[in-house]
Write a protein that binds this ligand. Structure first.
Ligand code: BES
Ligand code: MN
Ligand code: ZN
Length: 511
């Protein structure tokens, strides 16, 4: 999808589809007003007669409106002006994205009216969000079907023009591109997660990272089983030992501080990198603690954390962010077999701490703990791990926010704000010392499960034992990384959140 920005009056614009977002109970914003005048009040007529629902995101598609050059006008509801908020605005632009993805028109135009932005939001914010939302709606998984779906594949605008009422600054042009880059990262993450585990293997994740590194010229190293053995990654290897597929440990390093923008200020003193760690279980059968059969297919998504880290690298590289980022992905299957680890096994992690495996289905933390120890060597500014870690997190929070667990209040505040800004929200759960007691083992330094209660927290409490050397936050995306039911598929979350975080960090470095 190609994006451009234009300053023009919308009523005279020749376009396949013109999207206008309006309140149902307030005067039209200026550009929509101009269109309304050209068609002799048709738009305001539809609105005042209640044709456009007050639910934000509802639409009215109007064909061949007399006096207007656009072939179609999509009138989109922003809801009532009194209850206007980020969500209403986002719902409206999601509807625009949906319409553009589904229209027979080859190109479309989106009017961005500065007078119709949510309280406290500016055009830069709006361009970043809308760039992402609209590009993301164009995503379609190229499913390996024997027969092509008829007709529908040809629909969707390939070119979208964003219409502004005044000349944008460089920050604003960049914001649109940033949004689009995050959507590109989301598309890659969704593709990887939607693939079956017979195709999206640990090696496939490694190959994808290698190809990305080659394309964008960042460093990628792939550690194999023998390397993991040398490093003493006993926890990761204990999960991998039940699978016939070889595990991989992916190390991506993006050095943005020396890239592009001629940043001299940090020469010599390498900034501490941000480290992203993604859970890469390409299939989670539960191992010997086998999962029940229902919906087990969804455990192909158990590498969504890994996919989001790979997607984040694509986005960072596209945006050429002037920051240093390391991506770490422990990747393996969790399978039952004669070689699989058993409940009761005790393993030694890379940190030296020993773990009693009481449930082989609590495997995410076993692979992550060794990655978290490996992260120490990069002297991180901070480490964020992203994992479909616990069903308990879905029980606690549902599918709306991702779980956020950290003992670092500043990082919690930063990520929470990033979530609000991107709409990809997180909700913090406590990670108090008291929870550590639940991981007590009679046979090792700790058990890998903490009993029936507070499962999302005990999972994070386990991880926290490997993060003493740096600032750290854990994102539990078990409820947010994919949708079940009719809309089954990966969501690309938490890339909007991570994108906001990384852009924020780049800005904080004075760019
Ligand atoms: N990958 C699962 C978590 C999960 C479950 C994600 C459902 C999405 C939907 C994880 O490896 C797991 O099995 N966790 C166990 C932990 C338990 C054994 C302590 C769980 O949540 O049941
Ligand atoms: Mn599991
Ligand atoms: Zn899992």
């Amino acid at each position: 999808m190609k994006f451009t920005i234009k300053i023009a009056s919308p009523e005279k614009l020749k376009t396949g589809l013109l999207a206008l977002c309006v309140f149902v109970d307030a005067p039209l914003p200026p550009a929509s007003q101009a269109v309304d005048e050209s068609c002799l009040g048709k738009l305001s007529g539809f609105i005042s007669s209640g044709e456009l629902s007050e639910k934000a995101g509802s639409v009215l598609l109007l064909h061949g409106l007399a006096g207007v050059s656009a072939e179609r006008v999509l009138l989109v509801s922003l809801g009532k002006s009194g209850s206007f908020c980020d969500k209403a605005w986002r719902d409206a632009f999601a509807a625009v994205g949906k319409a553009l993805a589904d229209t027979p028109a080859k190109e479309g135009t989106v009017m961005l009216e500065e007078t119709a932005l949510p309280p406290g939001r500016d055009l830069t914010w709006a361009l970043r969000q809308t760039g992402r939302i609209i590009a993301d709606h164009a995503y379609k998984f190229d499913a390996p079907r024997s027969k092509k779906e008829n007709g529908n594949t040809k629909r969707g605008a390939r070119k979208v023009t964003f219409l502004l009422s005044s000349e944008p600054g460089s920050l604003q042009k960049e914001a649109l591109f940033h949004g689009q880059s995050i959507a590109a990262g989301m598309a890659l993450a969704k593709d990887l997660a939607n693939l079956g585990a017979n195709i999206c293997t640990p090696d496939k994740l490694a190959e994808t990272a290698l190809a990305l590194g080659k394309q964008f010229k960042f460093e990628v190293d792939i550690l194999k089983r023998a390397d993991m053995e040398k490093l003493g990654m006993g926890a990761l290897l204990s999960v991998a030992q039940g699978s016939n597929r070889e595990p991989r440990f992916i190390v991506m390093q993006y050095h943005g501080h020396e890239q592009g923008k001629g940043d001299k200020t940090h020469k010599g003193s390498r900034p501490r990198p941000i480290v992203l760690v993604g859970k890469g279980i390409t299939f989670d059968s539960g191992g010997i603690s086998l999962k029940p059969g229902a919906e087990m297919d969804e455990m192909k998504y158990d590498m969504s954390g890994a996919a989001s880290v790979i997607g984040a690298f694509q986005a960072i590289a596209l945006m050429e962010l002037p920051i240093d980022v390391v991506g770490l992905i422990p990747a393996t299957e969790n399978m039952p077999s004669g070689d699989a680890s058993r409940p009761g096994d005790v393993v030694r992690s890379m940190s030296g701490q020993t773990i009693e495996i009481l449930n082989t289905d609590a495997e995410g933390r076993l692979i992550l703990c060794d990655a978290l120890t490996y992260a120490e060597r990069f002297k991180p500014d901070c480490v964020i791990d992203i994992a479909t870690l616990t069903g308990a997190c879905v029980v606690a929070l549902g599918r709306i926010p991702s779980g956020l667990l950290t003992t670092d209040d500043a990082l919690a505040i930063e990520l929470t704000q990033n979530g609000l800004d991107s709409g990809d929200r997180v909700w913090r759960l406590p990670l108090w010392e008291e929870y550590q007691e639940l991981l007590k083992s009679n046979f090792a330094d700790m058990a890998n499960i903490g009993g029936r209660f507070g499962g999302a927290i005990t999972g994070a409490a386990f991880l926290s034992r490997f993060t003493g050397a740096y600032k750290w936050a854990h994102l539990d995306i078990a409820g947010t990384a994919w949708l079940s039911g009719d809309a089954k598929g990966a969501t690309g979350r938490p890339l909007p959140l991570l994108g906001e975080f990384l852009i924020g960090r780049a800005k904080a470095r004075g760019h």
